[in-house]
Design a protein around this ligand. Structure first.
Ligand SMILES: Cc1cc2nc3c(=O)[nH]c(=O)nc-3n(C[C@H](O)[C@H](O)[C@H](O)COP(=O)(O)O)c2cc1C
Length: 151
C-alpha cells in the first residue's frame, strides 16, 4: 500500500489547484491510499527560527499531526497555486517548519524523509510560457536538498 499525502495550499476553498489535485487523486495506481491535509485552513502556527534561542522542540498539536502524516507518507503532493512566482504562503509555512523539524533532537526528520517523493500540482493565471518555472525549480531544488525524489 502506497500512502499519498495531498497538501492543499490555496487560501480559497474549492479552487483550481484542489480541482486538479482531486482529478489526479482519482487516477492513482492500484494499491494507493490518498490522504489529505489542508495547510491553509486552519492556518499552521507561524514558524520561528529558534536555532539561536534554545533550539527547536518536537511539534505539538496541529503541527504534530502534520509531521505524523508527513512521515507516514511515501508520496508527498504539494498542491499550490503560483503566488508571486512561488509557493502559496501556507505551503511555504510548512517547508519552514520542515527546517525546524530538521533541528529537533531525536526526531530524525532528515533520515525518515529520505527516499520519499515530492510532487507539485500547480495552476497559474499568467499565460506566459514558463511563468511557473521558478516555483517548479524551487520545489525540485528543495526536494534534492532533502534527499527526496521529485515528481
Ligand atoms: C496572492 C496571489 C498571487 C498570485 N500570483 C500569481 C503569479 O505570480 N503568477 C500567476 O500566473 N498567477 C498568480 N496568481 C493567480 C493564481 O495562481 C490563480 O488565480 C489560481 O487559480 C489560484 O489557485 P486556486 O484556484 O487553487 O485558489 C496569484 C493569485 C493570488 C491570489
Amino acid at each position: 500500500m502506497t500512502r499519498w499525502l495531498f497538501l492543499p495550499c490555496s487560501t480559497r476553498p474549492d479552487g483550481n489547484t484542489l480541482a486538479l489535485a482531486r482529478a489526479a487523486a482519482a487516477h492513482l495506481p492500484a494499491g494507493a491510499q490518498a490522504h489529505w491535509f489542508d495547510l491553509a485552513t486552519p492556518p499552521l502556527p507561524r514558524f520561528a527560527d529558534l536555532r539561536a534561542r534554545g533550539g527547536h522542540v518536537a511539534p505539538k498539536g496541529r503541527l504534530a499531526e502534520l509531521a505524523a502524516a508527513t512521515l507516514a507518507a511515501d508520496e508527498l503532493v504539494i498542491v499550490s497555486p503560483v503566488y508571486w512566482y512561488g509557493l502559496a504562503g501556507p505551503g511555504h509555512e510548512m517547508l519552514d517548519h520542515w527546517s525546524g523539524w530538521l533541528e529537533v533532537p531525536g526526531m530524525e526528520f532528515a533520515g525518515r524523509m529520505r527516499g520519499k517523493r515530492l510532487w507539485l500540482v500547480t495552476v497559474r493565471a499568467d499565460p506566459a510560457q514558463g511563468s511557473q518555472a521558478p516555483l517548479e525549480d524551487a520545489m525540485r531544488r528543495s526536494a534534492r536538498w532533502m534527499g527526496l525524489r521529485f515528481g
